[in-house]
Design a protein around this ligand. Structure first.
Ligand code: B12
Length: 368
């Protein structure tokens, strides 16, 4: 059996759901997309032209590279968390379990050990494991390796697993027979483009980063743009809408469950509890401040009266970004209690954006 066949077989035995080999030639289409759409990546400070170059030139990561092993691991069917009372916010399905960087990297290290024991070592194998750890264009690699095909929402779809997969790679200096891309596409379907709550998929395969709810809830620190808040619904970490509406994903066997968290305990969560609950979990990336900000916006959008006492209490919180979003949420809930609490808080608010938000909320509540 060839090394390529051996490695792919081992990867599937280890529980990966797809594996393929890509060549290391540059990806000019990725570099072009990066550079043309750089504006669309505002907010991600690390999206620089240098990153675009590295992402599209695997040999910039490992100069003697000859091939890339691309793998996909499905996360679609794990059990969601339950427990907790009151209104809940939704999280992307990928948040279930431990951080995917760790899970995939551990599995890929095992695959590297397998390669080192076999014919790879005899050929002086040198490898780099990539799971977001180097700026490689992982989706383009998976596409070239025949692991999956590009959906219009820009995600990679793997046969039988849909787009509910993580991607990972091993760049190797050993030459392996490459696979061919899959001859599949979305055809005329535009379901994801039409369904994106914020209109972030501006054209097939083009996601405008700073409108994407995934970016807003996970990566953006500080204030959420006011016009986008109502469109975020109850998403508090990531967003799956463009994957949920996809007919390919809908046809998959087995129910895929959306994880949720109770919003009121989240809003009241202290730093120690946050660290304890989310250590090693993807949610850590948003930090306590980001998750509580998102919980405030979700409570505002849900408009559930049960959220009112916790929102009023949080007007006194030490985090000014939170106070700002609490004011917005109280405006959405409306009513005399919300108005009275905002008036009281506004009098001693010293942080300009929070004060401004309170004034806006009071203006609209008074008018109502
Ligand atoms: C930055 C980033 C984000 C940003 C920006 C996304 C974006 N617009 O690219 C934000 C925070 C918004 C984000 C969101 C999500 N992300 Co993300 N993200 C990344 C990261 C770190 C870099 C992506 C990147 O370089 N983008 C730049 C653009 C130019 O490149 P690209 O989108 O990958 O591909 C383009 C080109 O390659 C070109 N192209 C190249 N070859 C070809 C060939 C054909 C035929 C076609 C049509 C196009 C094409 O078209 C593509 C679209 O423009 C990758 C990991 C990595 N290192 O790759 C994960 C990654 C892409 N994310 C992932 C996931 C899971 C998500 C979310 C689903 C999470 C969630 N549920 O909230 C959402 C999906 C949103 C969406 N519809 O894209 C997975 C995707 C898995 C999959 N099945 O595809 C990755 C690969 C992480 C991983 N290791 O598993 N992400």
């Amino acid at each position: 059996m060839s090394l390529a066949a051996e490695v792919k077989e081992r990867a599937l035995e280890m529980g990966f759901h797809a594996a393929g080999i890509a060549t290391v030639e540059p990806f000019p289409e990725v570099e072009k997309a990066f550079l043309e759409r750089q504006g669309a990546f505002s907010g991600l400070r690390w999206f620089t032209p240098q990153r675009a170059y590295i992402a599209s030139h695997p040999q910039a990561i490992l100069p003697p590279a000859r091939s890339i092993i691309s793998v996909a691991l499905s996360y679609g069917k794990e059990l969601p968390e339950s427990g907790g009372e009151g209104p809940r916010g939704r999280l992307s399905r990928y948040t279930q379990g431990q951080d995917y960087h760790r899970r995939l990297s551990a599995k890929l290290r095992e695959l590297v050990s397998f390669m080192e024991k076999g014919s790879c070592q005899k050929r002086g194998g040198e490898t780099r494991i990539v799971v977001d750890s180097f700026p490689l264009a992982e989706r383009a690699v998976a596409h070239r390796a025949g692991v999956g095909w590009f959906g219009k929402n820009s995600n990679i779809f793997v046969p039988q697993k849909g787009s509910w997969v993580f991607l990972g790679e091993i760049i190797s200096n050993v030459e392996m027979a490459p696979d061919q891309p899959l001859a599949k596409s979305c055809g005329n379907c535009r379901a994801c483009i039409q369904a994106c709550p914020t209109g972030a998929i501006t054209a097939p395969y083009a996601v405008e980063n700073d409108r994407c709810i995934s970016f807003l809830t996970i990566e953006l620190k500080g204030s959420l743009p006011r016009p986008l808040r109502p469109l975020m619904g109850d998403w508090i970490f990531g967003c799956d809408v463009c994957q949920e509406v996809c007919p390919v994903n809908r046809r998959l066997a087995g129910e895929s469950v959306v994880p949720t968290l109770p919003l009121i305990p989240l809003l009241r969560m202290g730093e120690a509890e946050f660290n304890l609950k989310f250590a090693g979990r993807p949610m850590q990336r948003a930090q306590r401040s980001g998750l509580r900000r998102n919980a405030a916006v979700a409570l505002g959008n849900l408009g559930h009266p049960q959220g009112l006492p916790a929102l009023i209490e949080a007007l006194e919180d030490s985090d000014p970004v939170l106070r700002e979003h609490i004011a917005w949420a109280l405006e959405q809930l409306g009513g005399k209690r919300a108005q009275a609490a905002l008036e009281k808080a506004w009098r001693h608010e010293t942080h300009a954006p929070a004060r401004e938000e309170m004034a806006l909320a009071l203006g609209s509540l008074t008018a109502a």
